[in-house]
Design a protein around this ligand. Structure first.
Ligand code: UDP
Ligand code: MG
Length: 309
């Protein structure tokens, strides 16, 4: 028998816990045929609703159900890390609780593992049902990100992924505090098969990611997987130095030839404003990295557990 660990991060998903369980075990025949044993691990990310009670109810009926519950909301990235740590299986799959990652894809994903792939990832080819503004910014983010980072980050990639033990251990070895899982998947490498599917809308409840939360998350992704913004600061500085140097020579020559009429006050003010703006902007970039480093050197735990079975 092979053990498959199914890791499901949940934040206020009481209405989805049971639906997910039912949907997953519709694959029972497939699990049986391939001699796969399943452990289902719900990670409760500090939900304020009945998520934990729902999981406990399931556990009473089925001991394959497990729970790690956090002391508060630590974010999906922390939940994923906790789930991978808890997972015992030689195969591990990550899925959202809202059934946007259809468990019906599992047999196909598994067939690629049998063919020798180390991980099978999914991406949605459409963003049907998503607000257009959100799609636009998401596309922009992926375009910029892939230009400034050496790690490949695939547009539309979901966290729905089936991995071998080797890949899971590689991910766990990255114990950084600022976790950007989409980047981590790309960074660890290994042979990955990409499956594509049409976007499925959330079964019940509301999305847990506001636009603002996604924006902050995208900045996290950039600082975690690229140092290009720091280079931008340096390049801007160098350009301005060259420009200033040329201007100095021009001014000296002009004064020597035409004398020294006192003019150019407004332009001086404009230049000072522009240059100090650029300076503050660059300082801000440095600050971003500094703040990430600050959080990193504190070595705080990524999550705290309240309950674990
Ligand atoms: N989630 C979580 N912690 C959070 C936010 C979300 O564990 O702080 C979980 C959530 O319960 C769901 C998954 O992450 O299972 C994806 O969230 P959601 O469906 O809200 O995101 P979307 O699909 O809209 O991007
Ligand atoms: Mg969702």
């Amino acid at each position: 028998m092979k053990l498959l660990s199914v890791v499901v991060p949940c934040y206020n998903e009481e209405e989805n816990v049971r639906d997910f369980y039912d949907e997953l075990f519709k694959n029972a025949a497939f699990f049986h045929e391939k001699e796969i044993e399943v452990e289902l691990i719900y990670i409760d990310d500090g939900s304020g609703d009945g998520t934990v009670q729902e999981v406990r109810k399931l556990r009473e009926q089925d001991t394959r159900v497990h729970l790690v519950s956090f002391s508060r909301n630590f974010g999906k990235e922390a939940a994923i890390y906790a789930g991978l740590k808890k997972a015992q299986g030689e195969l591990v799959v990550l899925m959202d609780a809202d059934l946007q990652d259809p468990p019906a894809l599992l047999p196909e994903m598994y067939s690629y593992i049998e063919q020798g792939y180390d991980s099978v990832a999914t991406r949605r080819v459409t963003r049907k049902g998503e607000p257009p503004v959100r799609s636009f910014f998401a596309r922009m983010f992926y375009r910029i990100m892939n230009r400034i980072s050496r790690t490949e980050i695939v547009d539309g990639a979901r966290d729905y992924r089936l991995m071998t033990r080797q890949v899971v251990d590689a991910i766990l070895s990255m114990s950084e505090y600022n976790r950007f899982t989409k980047g981590i998947f790309g960074w660890v490498g290994y042979e990955t098969k990409w499956l594509e599917y049409e976007n499925v809308e959330r079964r019940k409840g509301e999305t847990k990611f506001s636009f603002w939360k996604l924006f902050v998350y995208s900045l996290e992704g950039i600082t975690a997987f690229s140092t290009v913004p720091l280079t931008i600061a340096a390049v801007l500085g160098a350009l301005f130095c060259v420009f200033a140097f040329a201007l100095i020579i021009f001014t000296i020559v002009r004064t020597l030839i035409f004398g020294d009429p006192t003019s150019g006050w407004p332009s001086l003010v404009c230049i000072i404003m522009l240059v100090s703006g650029v300076q503050l902007f660059c300082l801000g970039i440095v600050g971003q990295y500094l703040s990430k480093m600050y959080m990193e050197v504190k070595r705080r735990p990524i999550y705290l557990v309240k309950e674990d079975f």
